[in-house]
Unconditional design. Structure first.
Length: 327
């Protein structure tokens, strides 16, 4: 984490493409281009950059930039491109085609675990998974997301470790990709939401293996909040109603980041929605983007970095998903 004037803040920022290009790699650990096409993970100015196809033609590209805190070392490991600075490791990889991605997801996750263990960044604190056709079914009727969850769960089983905050979201193309950040030595606490069943305890009707993630991960005073949706206990609520789904999602976020929930996990402090920064919002139906944007703008701070993507969400009946960072 960056310590500026004694205040711990997130290393992550959401930028325009022009702004990112102007940085020319200066002080950058790694980046993710939320953009209009897919492509392989590559190097830009010596930094690993993952392109994710999440923006429709003509829409603005958003670049999520992870800042370095010092000299950066980079490398490749079993298809992963990575960079680390002695404190944080950023890595990204392409898993493969999303249909039937279970085994490839297992291998990619095992590669990730091997990398963080070898380089000595054992504290995974945030992961993102972008899956083209996330709610599509293959010839045997298995959903892409369910297939992905099977492979990921096997990796966590074979190489046990705490499950961090995560996002699993649709992409417009590019198959299955993922990226993650891990910390060398900080105190890490994974949080659940009092209003939701832990995702890793979801019943079998949502898929043969439950999703391997925590609702949020606290790292040294910064809270990394998972993709959160209109789910109470384990059930989708308000199907078909984007306004109410958005309100339920915001209430879930407030309960997750609030003081009572932090105390429940033995942590000091707490936040309100206005404290969330680096907010990313995913909206299933492009026509709902203005409504969701308006509802979010009423709740989040004007100072929050904010991006909205019209992409599919992991359940057919979920219309919106929101994530962010509180610090
Ligand atoms: O499977 C996940 O990692 C995940 C995490 C958060 C929200 C979501 O839809 C999916
Ligand atoms: C959003 C979602 O899929 C979940 O919370 O399980």
């Amino acid at each position: 984490m960056l310590r500026t004037g004694g205040i711990t803040s997130s290393r992550c920022s959401l930028r325009t493409a022009e702004d990112f290009d102007r940085l020319a790699g200066d002080g950058v650990l790694g980046a993710v281009r939320y953009t209009t096409g897919a492509g392989p993970v590559g190097w830009e100015h010596g930094c690993p950059v993952l392109p994710l196809h999440m923006v429709r033609p003509g829409g603005p590209e958003v670049v999520e930039v992870w800042a370095a805190s010092g000299p950066v070392r980079t490398g490749e490991h079993r298809g992963l491109h990575y960079a680390h600075d002695g404190e944080v490791l950023f890595a990204a990889g392409h898993i493969g085609p999303s249909a039937g991605c279970g085994e490839a997801a297992r291998e990619a996750y095992l590669a990730a675990f091997e990398l963080v263990d070898r380089l000595g960044y054992p504290h995974l604190f945030r992961m993102w998974n972008a899956l083209e056709g996330i709610t599509d079914r293959d010839g045997r009727g298995t959903e892409v997301y369910a297939e992905f969850c099977v492979g990921r769960a096997r990796a966590f089983e074979e190489s046990p470790r705490p499950m961090p905050a995560a996002t699993g979201i649709g992409a417009l193309g590019g198959g299955a990709s993922f990226y993650f950040v891990a910390h060398r030595a900080g105190r890490v606490v994974h949080l659940e939401n009092p209003l939701q069943v832990p995702a890793h305890e979801y019943p079998r009707r949502y898929g043969p293996r439950s999703p391997s993630f925590a609702r949020a991960t606290w790292l040294e005073g910064v809270l990394h909040v998972s993709g959160t949706a209109s789910i109470l206990d384990d059930a989708t609520v308000c199907p078909g109603d984007v306004v109410r789904q958005c309100q339920v999602t915001l209430a879930n976020l407030a309960a997750l980041v609030g003081r009572d929930n932090l105390a429940r996990h033995g942590l000091p402090g707490g936040w309100v929605l206005r404290d969330l920064r680096q907010v990313k919002v995913y909206v299933k139906r492009p026509e709902d983007v203005p409504t969701v944007t308006r509802l979010c703008r009423e709740e989040f701070s004007r100072r929050a970095e904010f991006a909205v993507f019209a992409v599919d969400v992991c359940r057919p009946d979920l219309l919106v998903e929101i994530e962010g960072i509180a610090s």
